[in-house]
Design a protein around this ligand. Structure first.
Ligand code: GTP
Ligand code: SPV
Ligand code: MN
Length: 613
């Protein structure tokens, strides 16, 4: 299709403006076909950016190595440019939108010289779902086009759904590396230096402008930029929820199923939990989504969730046949790998893949030859794969996708989980005693920072409310209020009992020797089973000052966990909690000022009183 054949006048005008600003050599409107995907990879092979993998090991799969300055989301270059600073709130970087557009227009001027401008129409959510939204990404990166093909629904069917005047979120993306006459990428990942990278959001106009990075959430604009930052604003305005949550289907030994959605910060176990293989006999987990959930109330008063994505952009290191067999099966073919190691026999490798690397040598993520590791571990600082190396794989390749994962109505959610990497204080599982208490727990979620973003805080515990700290497109205080309102709306309509029950979980408690106290992964099914039964009001809990904890005996310990350890994991650390609450009062809640909902201030007072009582 050519520009002149486009039926949507505003879309055509918007593309023409981009063309005159960015001056690409040519423009292509993407149709989403397999031949288009193949053509992108051919272009990337010719540019020396893609390495084909051994097709006997991983058919139709490729490895990319990004620039060392471009390996993860850049939180300090990510902006929420609302008209008023107060609308971005205390947790976001804000710049005046007019000023930011001026700066970025300067960068965009001529930025696609020597390159093709690809126009990627995409749908977040099954095309035609009432919960789905359409975006159009303009990009000069064939790597981004190929990844968008996997991660979203791309092409002509989306343009048809858009019609001549439908809503789309306009997304600009450029790697920020124009080519001089005759210049080629020649194997060098194109991007701009860090101080020229901008990941910008204009909430009022629903626009996204990204410049200078080709990696992950900085560049695949349907994901964090649209499906979370802009969608959270749409959700606030329209009365629904856009969350950083996995969605799983849990079936008990009697064949009864419930759907659970869980928010954990980046690289804290969403993909793993979504594809878990239960160690508990008779239980089954199936996947609906592994990163993002969009939820709306259905006619029956329940909250229905869709996974707006069509693929997984998953953390590679740590993924292996025993930690996540279903992810390993999902990446057997048709997968794009970024920043993994390359073995002598033409396959990928990463730390904790479950085995050493074959042969004498391996090529690390920076393209350097190293001795092939004999085990699956590397000394700190000498990793073969980058800690945020990722795979991009089609969701339909996951053997445990729930058959209804593309149901346009979504699936009804029974429970919300919140969690993070907390080496102390937070118990294995804890149920809130009300919706407001659950919102309070979500609001104080904290986690040790992982390598999923470039920051100097890695390893430190930081508060990451609802796992949305880097992804909320407006004032976090207003976001808390939105959650309170969702509960109040259900109550007012007589549907309070249909709201999901809210739980806090922690797979990451450590002992004195810095070892995880809970084996995690498949053993987390024991906790899911407890939660399932809690949703049916089973008598499996004890009330405590922090919420409902498992009654002794209600969770059977895994083989390698002593009864004593399980007891410690499931009890209240009163002194630790007093410190936790004091920190919330002193350092966390005050930043929201009068935006903090009174319900949450009330929950803080109440838990403090219970802990002291
Ligand atoms: P994003 O894609 O960044 O949003 O990450 P995610 O939340 O999907 O995280 P993922 O499931 O990819 O997990 C990241 C890493 O956490 C894994 O590679 C594991 O090393 C570790 N992990 C996941 N689940 C568990 C668990 O139950 N216990 C322990 N100890 N580690 C886990
Ligand atoms: C995350 O960081 O939460 C991710 C990866 O899921 S990215 O798409 O890069 O944001
Ligand atoms: Mn994520």
């Amino acid at each position: 299709m050519t520009l002149n054949e486009l039926k949507h006048a505003n879309l055509k005008k918007w593309i023409e403006e981009a063309v005159s600003l960015m001056t690409p050599d040519s423009v292509e409107i993407c149709d989403g076909s397999q031949s288009e995907y193949d053509r992108m990879l051919k272009t990337l092979l010719d540019a020396g950016l893609a390495t084909p993998l051994n097709s006997e090991k991983r058919s139709n799969s490729y490895l990319f190595r990004s620039d060392p300055s471009d390996v993860a989301r850049v939180e300090n270059r990510t902006y929420i440019a609302s008209k008023n600073k107060d609308d971005a709130g205390p947790t976001n970087n804000w710049v005046d939108p007019a000023e930011l557009k001026k700066t970025m227009s300067g960068l965009y001027k001529g930025c696609m010289k020597g390159r093709v401008m690809y126009v990627v129409p995409f749908s977040m959510g099954p095309v035609g779902s009432v919960i789905a939204k359409i975006g159009v990404e303009i990009t000069d990166s064939p790597y981004v086009v190929a990844n968008m093909h996997v991660m979203t629904r791309v092409g002509t069917k989306v343009l048809s759904a858009l019609g001549s005047d439908g809503f789309f979120a306009p997304c600009y993306h450029s790697v920020g590396k124009p080519l001089a006459d005759g210049e080629k990428d020649n194997g060098k990942w194109p991007c701009a230096p860090i101080e020229q990278k901008y990941i910008s959001h204009f909430p009022e106009t629903r626009e996204i402008w990204s410049y200078g990075s080709g990696y992950g959430g900085n560049a695949l604009l349907g994901k964090k930029c649209l499906a979370l930052r802009i969608a959270s604003v749409l959700a606030r305005d329209e009365g629904w929820l856009a969350e950083h949550m996995l969605i799983l289907k849990l079936t008990n030994p009697k064949g009864v199923s419930k759907y659970v959605a869980g928010a954990f910060p980046s690289a804290c176990g969403k993909t793993n939990l979504a594809m878990l293989i239960p160690t508990l006999p008779g239980w089954k987990v199936q996947t609906v989504g592994d990163d993002i959930a969009w939820m709306k109330f259905g006619p029956d008063g329940r909250l229905y969730a869709i996974n707006p994505e069509a693929g997984f952009f998953g953390v590679a290191p740590g993924t292996n046949e025993s930690s996540n067999q279903n992810a390993m099966a999902s990446i057997k073919s048709n997968t794009i790998f970024t920043n993994c190691g390359l073995t002598e026999d033409g396959d990928i490798w990463w730390e904790q893949i479950g085995h050493g690397a074959p042969g004498a040598e391996i090529i690390d993520w920076k393209g350097q030859k190293k001795p092939a590791p004999k085990t699956d571990k590397s000394p700190k600082g000498e990793e073969i794969a980058h800690a945020n190396a990722r795979f991009t794989a089609p969701a339909k390749q996951c053997p445990v996708m729930a058959p209804e994962w593309e149901d346009t109505k979504g699936v009804p959610i029974s429970a919300f989980l919140f969690g993070g990497r907390r080496p102390s204080t937070i118990p294995l599982v804890n149920q809130s005693n009300s919706w407001a208490h659950g919102v309070f727990m979500g609001s104080i979620t904290g986690s040790e920072v992982t390598a999923a973003a470039i920051t100097d805080q890695v390893g430190q515990v930081r508060r990451d409310p609802f796992a949305m700290l880097p992804f909320c497109g407006y004032n976090m205080g207003d976001y808390f209020k939105h959650w309170i309102k969702i509960g109040a709306k259900a109550e007012a309509e007589g549907n309070g009992d249909k709201l999901p029950k809210i739980f806090f979980v922690n797979w990451f408690r450590k002992d004195k020797n810095d070892k995880f106290m809970w084996p995690g992964y498949g053993e987390n099914s024991r906790v899911l089973a407890w939660i399932f039964d809690r949703c049916d009001n089973a008598d499996n809990f004890v009330e405590t000052p922090i919420g409902n904890l498992p009654k002794p005996g209600s969770i059977e310990p895994p083989a390698d966990v002593s009864a004593e350890t399980l007891k410690e994991l499931c009890s209240v650390d009163i002194e630790g909690w007093k410190k936790e609450i004091a920190d919330v009062r002193k350092n966390h809640y005050p930043q929201f000022g009068d935006k903090l909902p009174k319900e949450l201030a009330g929950e803080l007072d109440a838990i403090e009183k219970r802990l002291n009582g």
